[in-house]
Ligand binder design. Structure first.
Ligand code: SF4
Length: 459
């Protein structure tokens, strides 16, 4: 009987993507996934260092998994950004951890396990490959069989220096993947039924893999079988005219742009080292909307950055009203190791935790109202939906997304992978509900709708 592994994933879509690559590496040496960590022979935590809370959650999960080590001798590994940041300190703090590996060492998992299992040593593999010699882990197309939508990595690392961000310290410098390699991977995915791809990287707009990012998007749209192309994530200062033009000319580029603004105050943006003003940001947003009027825009906001005054925060509320975001990922600021903001926070002034939480509540209430207003405008309309499977809340219903990335739960029987029309009957701040109408195009392959990647536990 094969050994079983369980991966607990924290953080962003980059980490979700890394978890898929970890799964492939483990399957290549005979491991099978389990959704039950108590039955696992190997538990891997794929960690996130972007906020203190995610790191705290990781340590408390690690404490839980220690019991599985004691009861059945499971191996425990820690990967991702906290692993890269803490290295051997993690082994000192948690003596039951067997190995620590960084984002660039995912492909080394088979060798790491061999050393841990056979040589009985604890391993730390956090070497970086910050050069064009880096070989991007390639998704095994067979692992993607049965999926409608898939991530494709086009770059890693980040050359920006945002004052709050630990990513340049955990993911290294930017390295772009050659475009030919990206297109080849997309073609292999569509051959097994994938219809939507998300090009992923820390800052995709600064992609330099032989062609520009806008050209990369356009070339991806031309791969036979591709219906929709998405991407994440972008820095506003890299939002080029060429990219805006690509939205205008190619309808397969999904009309959704995640454009992190972080604050509505120029003073705060300056301390954050974001390299744009609110006026510049809004001007780019206006040009984007002029090029693609149906585009949905989402953003990230940090509340309570050091020195943020009530007046600064009011400007963030005003920006939220002005930009009319479809959605927002907002968080209270937490100091991260090695960042400029940590060094300067005493000088700039720490915002008390209760004040941060109170501001976050106000911001989220405002965004909820705006999201509900925007979603409600869809009631009575017929929208195109790419079906992803059964609804997560009611297995008798179907679930899919509109081109704008709006979640739709609906009555119908269309299989995963089909493109259908859905008449929208109701809306909440986070999703739409409706009834299936005309079939626009059938699923290219039959998809088994048993929950895929049961091991994927995202915190
Ligand atoms: S652009 Fe800024 S926030 Fe985004 S990963 Fe790079 S340093 Fe971090």
């Amino acid at each position: 009987m094969s050994k079983r592994y369980f991966i607990h994933t924290f953080g962003c879509q980059m980490n979700v993507n890394d978890t898929l690559r970890m799964s492939e590496a483990l399957k290549s040496v005979g491991y099978a996934a389990t959704a039950d960590f108590e039955r696992a022979d190997l538990i891997v935590l794929n960690t996130c260092a972007i906020r203190e809370k995610a790191e705290d959650k990781m340590h408390s999960a690690l404490g839980r998994y220690r019991q599985v080590k004691l009861s059945r001798g499971a191996l425990i590994g820690v990967g991702g950004c906290v692993a890269q940041q803490e290295k051997s300190k993690l082994l000192e703090r948690s003596p039951w951890v067997d190995f620590v590996f960084g984002p660039d060492a995912i492909g080394n998992l088979p060798q790491i396990l061999e050393r841990v299992g056979q040589d009985r040593v604890r391993v730390v593999d956090t070497a970086w490959v910050d050069s064009e010699e880096y070989v991007f882990p390639r998704a095994d197309a067979e692992t993607s069989r049965g999926k409608v939508t898939e991530f494709v990595t086009i770059m890693k690392g980040c050359d920006n220096v945002c004052a709050f961000c630990v990513v340049p310290h955990t993911r290294g410098r930017e390295v772009s993947r050659p475009f030919v390699d990206v297109l080849d991977e997309v073609a292999r995915l569509t051959r097994v039924g994938v219809r939507e791809v998300t090009l992923i990287g820390q800052n995709v707009n600064s992609y330099l893999g032989g062609i520009s990012f806008a050209q990369m998007l356009l070339r991806t749209c031309e791969v036979p079988g591709v219906e929709r192309v998405r991407f994440t994530t972008s820095h506003p200062h890299d939002l080029s005219d060429e990219l805006i033009e690509a939205f205008k000319v190619q309808p397969k580029i999904a009309p959704h742009f995640h454009l992190p603004v972080q604050s509505g105050s120029d003073d705060v943006l300056k301390r954050m080292r974001r390299d744009y003003t609110v006026a510049e940001y809004l001007e780019r947003l206006a040009r984007l909307r002029a090029a693609r009027p149906d585009i949905a825009v989402t953003t990230d906001i940090i509340v309570g950055f050091p020195g943020e005054t009530e007046a600064d925060f009011e400007k963030t509320l005003q920006l939220t009203e002005a930009a009319k975001y479809d959605g927002q990922f907002s968080f209270v600021y937490s100091a991260r190791p090695k960042t400029a903001a940590l060094l300067k926070e005493a000088e700039w002034g720490v915002v008390p935790h209760e004040q941060k939480v109170e501001r976050l509540d106000r911001l989220q209430a405002l965004q909820k109202r705006i999201s509900l207003e925007l979603n409600s405008q869809n009631v009575g309309k017929t929208l195109e939906v790419l079906v992803e499977g059964r609804s997560k809340t009611d297995a008798a219903r179907r679930f899919g997304r509109t081109p704008q990335n709006r979640t739709v739960n609906f009555d119908g029987d269309a299989p995963a992978g089909a493109l259908v029309e859905v008449k929208i009957e109701r809306a909440s701040a986070s999703s739409l509900g409706g009834v299936q109408g005309r079939m626009l195009s059938p699923a290219p392959v039959k998809i088994d709708e048993a929950p895929a990647d049961a091991e994927l536990c995202v915190a």
